[in-house]
Ligand binder design. Structure first.
Ligand code: PEP
Ligand code: MN
Length: 335
């Protein structure tokens, strides 16, 4: 249930109402907007008389929310969330963010060269996997702690904030210098991991599950937010369908659908969605045209010799050309 308070409600009146709602066994989440204060009531709201609540002088309106997600719900927070990533970079609420970098951190020279390349091309954030979720246990598993150390070095050299994936909460102490912690498609329903990340205060990038519905993605975000961490970014990265021409099927309609349902920023990863570098630029442009809050693409200085996902990796020059066009699309759709 959601109660929107009137403009002129005093702090005393508001606190009085909140105390009463809490005494009814409800958790009250307060969202202060520019225009209104919204109270999100979580718990057994069946004992609350909505009409009575609405009749109070400080209450503007009351709505029962049927969706199981509350904190991520746009009905609870009508304005877009803007997430501050570090280094002056923001995402959401009109701030578009370009995340680029290799699938995996491989060597010192590789990550520095790619970081400098994507920065020159206009990237806002550097990506790079250190703990890699690979389908085969015999494939390259990432440089792990050493990979995180090299990412930090690339951050120092370029000033770009960094995003990298966590697979095990025991590794969290290694992520101190990481600006955005990614939860990959395979772990997005690892609820224990999500609960732990909910206790941190770092932005979390949640990728849609391989066969995950939009609602399931929102419920995963709710796990993080329920723990008190409000900085969640959602990522559409393609879902598994019967189609085999592309690695996954990019569900671009997820962008406007998510933006209607939630205030959280939504980015699109056309690299894992398509699996082919030639398909990445058109789908990145389409994502920008669809109103995404950002894109995340894989870039490698030597894609043919990449240890992971070379086929879908752009070169820094290809990234720069694509980024230029993405900026033009952003101009076109600006209101
Ligand atoms: C990644 O972004 O490095 C990755 C493994 O992606 P996904 O979890 O979407 O497969
Ligand atoms: Mn990859």
């Amino acid at each position: 249930m959601i109660a929107v308070l009137k403009h002129n409600a005093t702090v005393e009146q508001r606190d009085h109402l909140i105390n009463w709602l809490q005494s009814q066994g409800l958790e009250v989440h307060i969202s202060e907007g520019e225009e209104y204060t919204v109270l999100g009531l979580v718990g057994d709201t069946s004992r609350i008389d909505g009409e009575l609540l609405e009749s109070l002088s400080i209450v503007q309106s009351v709505r029962r929310v049927s969706e199981p997600y509350k904190k991520v719900n746009r009905k609870f927070q009508p304005s877009d969330s803007v997430i501050e990533i570090g280094g002056g970079v923001k995402i959401g609420g009109g701030n578009f963010c370009m995340i680029a970098g290799p699938c995996s951190v491989e060597t010192h020279d590789q990550i520095i060269e790619v970081a400098e390349g994507v920065k020159a091309g206009g990237a806002d954030v550097l990506r790079g996997g250190a703990f890699k979720p690979r389908t085969s246990p015999y494939d390259f598993q990432g440089l792990k702690a050493e990979g995180l150390r090299l990412l930090s070095e690339a951050k120092k050299v370029t000033g770009l904030p960094i995003v990298t994936e966590i697979m095990n909460i025991e590794h969290l102490p290694l992520f101190e210098d990481v600006d955005i912690i990614q939860v990959g498609a395979r772990n997005v329903q690892n609820f224990e991991l999500l609960k732990e990340l909910g206790m941190t205060r770092k932005p979390i990038l949640l990728k849609r599950g391989i066969a995950g519905t939009i609602k399931e993605l929102l419920m995963s975000a709710e796990y993080v937010m329920a723990g008190g961490n409000e900085q969640v970014i959602l990522c559409e990265r393609g879902i598994r369908t019967y189609e085999t021409s592309t690695r996954n099927t990019l569900d671009l309609s997820a962008v406007p659908v998510l933006q209607e349902l939630t205030h959280l920023p939504v980015v699109v990863d056309p690299s894992h969605a398509t699996g082919h570098s030639g398909l990445v630029p058109p789908m990145a442009l389409a994502a920008a045209a669809a109103g995404a809050d950002g894109i995340m693409v894989e870039v490698h200085n030597d894609p043919i010799h990449a240890l992971c996902d070379g086929a879908q990796s752009l070169t820094p020059a290809q990234f720069a050309a694509m980024a230029e066009k993405v900026r033009k699309i952003r101009e076109v759709i600006k209101e």
